[in-house]
Design a protein around this ligand. Structure first.
Ligand SMILES: Nc1ncnc2c1ncn2[C@@H]1O[C@H](COP(=O)(O)OP(=O)(O)OP(=O)(O)O)[C@@H](O)[C@H]1O
Ligand SMILES: [Mg+2]
Length: 254
């Protein structure tokens, strides 16, 4: 099994959209995918899948259930050869507040439980991929997901000019954890792509010292959907879906 985190320094770069589409692409190929919403500050996967889970991932991390009990088969009816089992962060205000006031000792326990969850989805579920959608920045829950992943995809936007902050995060966390990492440049304006694409990617690679896995254009129609559609399934011929298909192969090889 390969565990991958979609992470970023700043918010709104496309982590959740990319996580859901990657899960769909791997499952369409016949793989078993476990998709976990580790953005406890702003849960988003529930907006897309509208689940009615018996338990949230919050319950699992609080020791109230097993991880399998917090997973919902969201791939049913999507025409996939494989499957997607998703675990959701509780979007209620009470749960978000609760998760934001956890202390360091609790977060250490949550790291152990996240690592146990990784073993459980591999053994009990037979998952081929474990995908974590995380919150931007260096909040504990994100670091717990990164530490439990084999590879990190750092999603950056075209206007992410805070290279220094991003660099600090890559060196202070990704390198310290010793995880393989690659950059996905997303929402890149047309003018920056095309002939200048290679130079553009090279500049980012040189600054952050990790490879660029792919560059995805900014598509207004995606913004309008606001993450309510899995493009790879709903519009498989759309260039966003095609770009993610290419990325799914490069991420699998990381
Ligand atoms: N390539 C793209 N072009 C245009 N819009 C995009 C693209 N990728 C994602 N979006 C849109 O950007 C918005 C934010 O995307 P998403 O929620 O996936 O980002 P995020 O990194 O998960 O955000 P957050 O940090 O708040 O969790 C959504 O409306 C999504 O549809
Ligand atoms: Mg998100």
């Amino acid at each position: 099994m390969k565990a991958i985190s979609l992470h970023s320094y700043k918010g709104g770069t496309g982590k959740t959209s990319i996580a859901a589409n990657l899960a769909a692409i791997y499952a369409r190929l016949g793989h078993k995918v476990c998709l976990l919403d580790y953005d406890f500050r702003a849960p988003s996967l529930s907006v897309l899948f509208k689940p009615n889970p018996r338990f949230w991932l919050n319950d699992y991390l609080n020791g109230r259930c097993e991880v399998e009990e917090a997973l919902v088969d969201v791939g049913k009816g999507l025409g996939l050869r494989g499957a997607i089992f998703a675990g959701f962060a509780d979007p209620s205000t009470k749960a978000i507040r609760d998760m934001m006031t956890k202390d360091r000792a609790w977060e250490m326990g949550a790291l152990h439980r996240t690592l146990s969850a990784k073993r459980a989805v591999q053994r009990a579920l037979g998952a081929d991929y474990l995908i974590f959608d995380t919150s931007p920045g260096i909040h504990y829950s994100s670091v717990n997901a990164l530490a439990s992943s084999d590879a990190i995809a750092l999603v950056m936007k075209g206007d992410d000019f805070d290279i220094e902050g991003t660099k600090e995060m890559v060196q202070g966390i990704y390198e310290v954890l010793g995880r393989k990492a690659g950059i996905i440049m997303n929402k890149i304006p047309m003018g920056l792509i095309g002939e200048g694409e290679e130079g553009f990617a090279k500049g980012i690679e040189d600054a952050l010292r990790i490879p660029v896995l792919g560059v995805i254009r900014c598509y207004c129609e995606l913004m309008a959907m606001g993450g309510r559609s899995i493009y790879a399934l709903d519009r498989p011929d759309h260039p966003f879906s095609k770009a993610l298909e290419g990325l799914s192969k490069r991420i699998a090889e990381m």
